[in-house]
Design a binder for this molecule. Structure first.
Ligand code: ZN
Length: 218
């Protein structure tokens, strides 16, 4: 059982569903040549895909093109359905640093056939996740800087101010489709700069006011 921990408080939650937003940063939509969506692009990763800070990514042998996607993670602390945007922040217990690892070759193949591409996103170790800082310690979560370095070299850089849907809108929209429950996690999309990772790579993601996440590839 994987647990999401809130720093310094000793509080922790069993991880429930992990809801991910696709195509939430315009520059990332452009780099992959995707269409800007009218409706949020939503998919889920299983809780079994989580690894902790300091963990090791294992790229499955059926893929040759695993990409990093650095994302701000929200930890839900309070249950709700059809949550109003004005009340959305009350449902967040903490903020963390996550990677939405993606088998881009498998995803492309499934997308082309019009099939669901969850297996390209949900493999074991596909969701490295840091501990969470209490929500009240992050002043404006809709304007914080994210950076990802691979082997010390800057690969992704952005700010949550570039998100097409802000945090309140993400909670409101995802809670139309899924009841949010304590322990659920929402990944909010990735800025531009995604690229392939390979064996031996060291990944270091950082989010202002939130913290950092360091993992390596087996
Ligand atoms: Zn993503």
């Amino acid at each position: 059982m994987y647990r999401a921990k809130i720093k310094e408080s000793g509080q922790s939650y069993n991880i429930g569903k992990i809801i991910c937003l696709g195509r939430n940063y315009l520059d990332h939509i452009r780099e992959l040549g995707n269409q800007v969506p009218d409706r949020a692009v939503i998919f889920c990763k299983p809780a079994s895909s989580v690894i902790a800070d300091g963990g090791t990514i294992e790229i499955p042998d059926y893929s040759e093109d695993c990409h990093h996607e650095l994302e701000l993670a929200l930890l839900i602390g309070k249950s709700g359905k059809n949550i109003a945007a004005e009340k959305a922040l009350q449902h967040i217990a903490g903020y963390g640093v996550a990677l939405d690892l993606t088998l881009r070759d498998l995803q492309a193949e499934l997308k082309e056939k019009g099939l669901p591409w969850e297996i390209a996103k949900g493999f074991d170790t596909a969701c490295p996740l840091s501990d969470f800082v209490p929500a009240d310690q992050v002043k404006n979560p809709n304007d914080i800087r994210l950076t990802l370095k691979v082997n010390g070299e800057l690969r992704q850089e952005g700010t949550t101010a570039q998100m097409m849907r802000n945090i309140e809108q993400i909670i409101a929209e995802t809670s139309i489709f899924y009841r949010l429950q304590p322990g659920d996690i929402i990944l909010t999309g990735t800025p531009a700069g995604v690229s392939r990772i390979s064996s031996g790579d060291e990944l270091f993601g950082e989010i202002e006011q939130v913290g950092s996440l360091r993992v390596r590839v087996a």
